[in-house]
Design a protein around this ligand. Structure first.
Ligand SMILES: Nc1ncnc2c1ncn2[C@@H]1O[C@H](COP(=O)(O)OP(=O)(O)OP(=O)(O)O)[C@@H](O)[C@H]1O
Length: 324
């Protein structure tokens, strides 16, 4: 874990910014869509800082129920609230001397935002149920997939906290905005999973790579990682990489995504190729849809999914086609 892979200018710029800010003790705000590598970059900031030998503590603010978040951040004393059976240290105390990575910082509820601001400014706080002020030395790296500026404008995020976090913003572009990274990432994950599963993959077919480069990756690098893991599992040992392309070419999320960014991946091309893929599969099966020999099985789709795709694309059985 830890290597940031990619050859694009966009990623190069991100890494350059990381190299500049890491040795300072400044707060860093990492933005980018889900799966773009925000945590990976946060860890890189820690690794390249003077705190590298101290602890890196992570907290996903969106994953903790609001009522528990305060205690997760600042800790509590025994008896501070019902269920607080013993003293517990919060993440700020655990990260003392090191780095605290707050993921999904945009999800911090308004009532906690002043407390977070205070610990950022003064490096001091109290555990829940205690009047004793504690001092810490923590470097904060925060991340969000939301537009914090918009949340500020909507009155959902305090502007003073926003400016405090926004001292050094690092934006990681979506993978479809840096397609040059795809081949290197594919080779990286093939090597990783081939080693993990004890398999040898000799070749990645060029047409597979082209399809992967053209796909819009709504789930970004995480989606690519999972697809390659599945592909390595599916590939014969010593053979070529067998990517279940139908999974991605036919995915609704991909098509929805292209709707929003026509300049990046022409919708017509992908839809046309999907339509053509389905038509060929149907022709090949004599327009049988369900069953083990049907087009749905061949395409790796549920029968109902295929039927709804056909309807959407106006694909109907030609008059002279063989009978089901
Ligand atoms: N440039 C990269 N090189 C190698 N691996 C990467 C790269 N970017 C992301 N990954 C991998 O992709 C996966 C998702 O990355 P990560 O968890 O850092 O994304 P994230 O932006 O923090 O996601 P989320 O917003 O959902 O928390 C991880 O397994 C990570 O190691």
């Amino acid at each position: 874990m830890g290597e940031v892979v990619g050859a694009s200018l966009a990623l190069h710029e991100v890494l350059q910014q990381v190299g500049v800010v890491a040795p300072t003790d400044s707060a860093v705000l990492i933005t980018g869509e889900t799966g773009t590598g925000k945590e990976l970059v946060a860890r890189a900031v820690h690794r390249l800082s003077a705190r590298r030998d101290r602890t890196f503590v992570k907290l996903n603010c969106a994953a903790i129920p609001t009522g528990l978040l305060e205690s997760e951040l600042f800790g509590h004393e025994k008896g501070a609230f019902t269920g607080a059976v013993e003293r517990r240290l919060g993440r700020f105390e655990l990260a003392d001397g090191g780095t605290l990575f707050l993921d999904e910082v945009g999800d911090i509820p308004p009532e906690l935002q002043p407390k977070l601001l205070r610990v950022l400014q003064e490096q001091e706080f109290e555990r829940l149920g205690s009047a004793k002020t504690l001092k810490v030395n923590v470097r904060l790296v925060a991340a969000t997939h939301r537009n914090l500026g918009k949340l500020v404008a909507e009155g959902k995020f305090r502007s003073d906290l926003y400016y405090r976090l926004h001292v050094f913003p690092v934006h990681i572009p979506a993978l479809r905005e840096r397609r040059e990274d795809v081949p290197e990432l594919v080779r990286h994950f093939v090597a990783l999973f081939a080693q993990r599963f004890g398999k040898k993959i000799e070749r990645i077919p060029p047409e597979t790579m082209t399809a992967l480069e053209r796909y819009p990756w709504p789930g970004n690098v995480r989606e690519l990682e999972h697809l390659i893991e599945r592909a390595v599992i599916l590939s014969a040992p010593g053979g070529e990489l067998r990517v279940p392309l139908n999974d991605i070419i036919l995915s609704d999320s991909a098509i929805d995504h292209i709707d929003m960014s026509p300049a990046l991946a022409p919708r017509a091309t992908l839809l046309e190729s999907e339509r053509e893929l389905i038509r060929r599969a149907l022709d090949g099966c004599g327009w049988i849809i369900g069953g083990p020999n049907g087009a749905a099985t061949q395409l790796g789709l549920k029968r109902t999914t295929l039927l709804s795709r056909m309807k959407k694309m106006g694909l109907t059985r030609p008059k002279r086609a063989s009978v089901e």
